[in-house]
Ligand binder design. Structure first.
Ligand SMILES: Cc1cc2nc3c(=O)[nH]c(=O)nc-3n(C[C@H](O)[C@H](O)[C@H](O)COP(=O)(O)OP(=O)(O)OC[C@H]3O[C@@H](n4cnc5c(N)ncnc54)[C@H](O)[C@@H]3O)c2cc1C
Length: 152
């Protein structure tokens, strides 16, 4: 039984049932992600703070904010926060992945992660560019390298 059909829960349910024999129950507190605002790249801005789509958690009062509390958005529908996120993709640094592998996370070195098909399919590694057919490509609209993010 998996509680929450968000980014992690949905992927986990998919992986666990890959063999065709395993059955899982995936429970989701929110509704379906059918609003066109979910599909629209910046549509999520119109979904924030709407209780049927956004949990809008209220954080504890923070002394460093003069006792004010902050609202934390989190998706409340199929897809969870991935249904209201900004679709910004940032790969972690090679150093972090390699360190996890050294600590025993077999298969998580940066080189091994690079082989994951989804990373390849978005065209990472090509030079930064704007796609020639916006909206029709599976690649990101913009790709930018941030060299200083990787320690030398
Ligand atoms: C506004 C916003 C913008 C973001 N922008 C980006 C971005 O541009 N790039 C990026 O990489 N990341 C972004 N993120 C972060 C990213 O979306 C999250 O880190 C990621 O989706 C979290 O995945 P998760 O599986 O941990 O949780 P979620 O995807 O939030 O899934 C949790 C699920 O559990 C459900 N749930 C909760 N309680 C219960 C319950 N009691 N019973 C049943 N179901 C329950 C929820 O409804 C939800 O569907 C953004 C997040 C937000 C909120």
């Amino acid at each position: 039984m998996i509680v929450g059909a968000g980014s992690a829960g949905a992927v986990l349910a998919n992986r666990l049932t890959e063999d065709g024999r395993t059955t899982v129950i995936l429970l989701e507190a929110g509704g379906e992600a059918t609003s066109f605002l979910v599909q629209l790249p910046v549509g999520f801005l119109r979904l924030l703070m709407r209780k049927e789509y956004d949990w809008s958690y209220e954080a504890e009062p923070d002394p460093s904010l003069g006792g004010r509390s902050w609202i934390w958005s989190a998706g409340r529908m199929l897809g969870g926060s991935s249904s209201i996120n900004g679709q910004v993709y940032i790969r972690g640094t090679a150093h972090d992945f390699d360190q996890w592998a050294e600590m025993g996370a077999t298969g998580w070195s940066f080189r091994e992660i690079l082989l994951i098909s989804c990373a390849r399919s978005i065209g990472w590694g090509r030079r930064p560019r704007r796609t020639d057919r916006p909206g029709r490509s599976r690649s990101p609209r913009y790709a930018t390298r941030i060299p200083s993010a990787t320690p030398s």
